[in-house]
Design a protein around this ligand. Structure first.
Ligand SMILES: [Zn+2]
Length: 425
């Protein structure tokens, strides 16, 4: 319990601190993480020795560029040697990253990491008005029990496969203050709810996550739900990367991650210049992640936010936009439904299992698509059959889904950063 209280105060209100404080805290956490990784992770020790970098040479964020970057491939291949010797993976929480974020990775969270993730989610919601005793509803493919909420944070998770009628009934009864939701799901649900329903539910804010969103889509969601919509940017690997304040500034959670933006030559991009997002996780001790190329594109702004937060501002995030499928008769199948068909059955194999290590779904015509996959170490043919049945239900009987096993998905990809792609819309 003491750990929880200490952790709570470690993260509490850091988003309200001046930038000098935030920078100092981030550098301190970075030094601790580099020492820890060098001392206890075989992979990082080798990496640093090969690069000729001693841990003491990295004392601030600007020194980080002396370290090599790490790709998803590096993590897949070196999983065991990345894990810190100080942690027993059996006693950690194991998760698998979703296919929407690229190659599928197994990720390990120690207790402190799990706790900090929750606290930082609460903080992201607090920044848009979530206070103790207010009610939050979140939508996910699989709902996870937060484990604890300090008894204050009332919340309810709903899975995406519930019929909209049931979701509507629930929202009318529970009357949440805040929804945490995928943009495409929010848009589809909005079309089902009447104006009267929306008024009765009485939302105060919406937090949009996971998919890239254009600002006019966000305005439409705000109009339909009659409340402001904010964005949150997070990943399984590192937790919350950035969250919006009420001024709609996307603040990097500097006490959780270092965000670097690199240009195509691997050099730091200038303020406002777009480039590849590279993350260093500051609270992930069982599985250190240093200069990890997550595969998204964004920018760091040099500007300050009217809210006064000292946490730096991130630009628009590109790279997670998935397509909807357009079928005969102009029927539109949104990305979240496609994820349901592909990813939900994966959860049935447990978090320790890596059934697939990569996939790519591409629509070739109104009546056909190709599903490419790379087997994971726990591959199961039953998964492929299950996914085929679900896809048939989703796309209808006239639709052909061709399944192909590959060693390397990148060879067939038309659009590098997309995992669900449509060639026809
Ligand atoms: Zn702000």
């Amino acid at each position: 319990m003491i750990d929880r209280i200490n952790a709570y105060f470690h993260f509490h209100n850091n988003h309200l601190r001046p930038s000098a404080y935030v920078k100092e805290l981030q550098d301190r956490k970075l030094r601790k993480m580099i020492e820890h990784a060098y001392g206890t992770s075989g992979f990082y020790r080798d990496l640093m020795e090969r690069a000729g970098v001693r841990p003491g040479e990295i004392s601030t964020v600007s020194d980080l560029r002396r370290m090599p970057t790490v790709t998803k491939d590096d993590i897949q291949v070196n999983f065991n040697s990345i894990i810190s010797r100080k942690y027993d993976p059996e006693k950690c929480i194991v998760r698998t990253t979703s296919g929407s974020s690229g190659k599928m990775l197994r990720v390990i969270w120690d207790d402190f990491n799990f706790l900090s993730r929750l606290l930082l989610y609460y903080r992201a919601f607090a920044m848009i008005g979530y206070t103790p005793f207010k009610k939050l509803v979140y939508f996910l493919p699989v709902v996870e029990d937060a484990g604890f909420t300090f008894g204050l944070f009332r919340q309810k998770g709903l899975t995406l496969d519930r019929p909209f009628e049931e979701v509507r009934e629930f929202l009318l009864k529970y009357r949440p203050h805040i929804l945490s939701i995928y943009p495409s799901y929010a848009a589809d649900l909005a079309a089902f709810l009447s104006d009267d329903d929306v008024k009765k539910i009485g939302l105060q804010a919406i937090s949009l996550n996971s998919e890239m969103i254009l600002s006019n889509d966000r305005s439409l969601i705000e109009e339909k739900y009659r409340c402001p919509a904010y964005e949150e940017y997070s990943c399984v690997e590192a937790g919350v990367i950035a969250g919006m304040c009420r001024c709609k500034g996307m603040h990097v959670f500097s006490d959780n991650v270092v965000v670097e933006i690199l240009d195509s030559a691997g050099n730091p991009a200038g303020p406002g210049e777009r480039g590849e997002v590279v993350l260093t996780a500051l609270n992930s001790f069982a599985m250190p992640l240093i200069r990890y190329r997550i595969g998204d594109i964004s920018s760091l702004s040099g500007e300050t936010c009217p809210c006064g937060s000292g946490m730096p501002l991130l630009g628009r995030i590109e790279g997670r936009k998935d397509d909807f499928f357009l079928l005969e008769g102009d029927r539109r199948v949104p990305a979240w439904m496609i994820y349901e068909a592909i990813e939900r059955p994966l959860h049935g194999y447990g978090d320790e299992s890596l059934v697939l290590s990569d996939f790519y779904l591409v629509q070739r015509g109104r009546d056909r698509a190709d599903f490419y996959f790379v087997k994971g170490p726990n591959f199961s043919r039953d998964y492929v059959n299950d996914m085929m049945v679900r896809s048939r239900d989703l796309f209808g009987p006239g639709f052909t889904l061709k399944v192909t096993e590959l060693d390397d998905i990148d060879r067939v990809k038309a659009v590098k950063r997309k995992y669900i792609h449509s060639e026809i819309n």
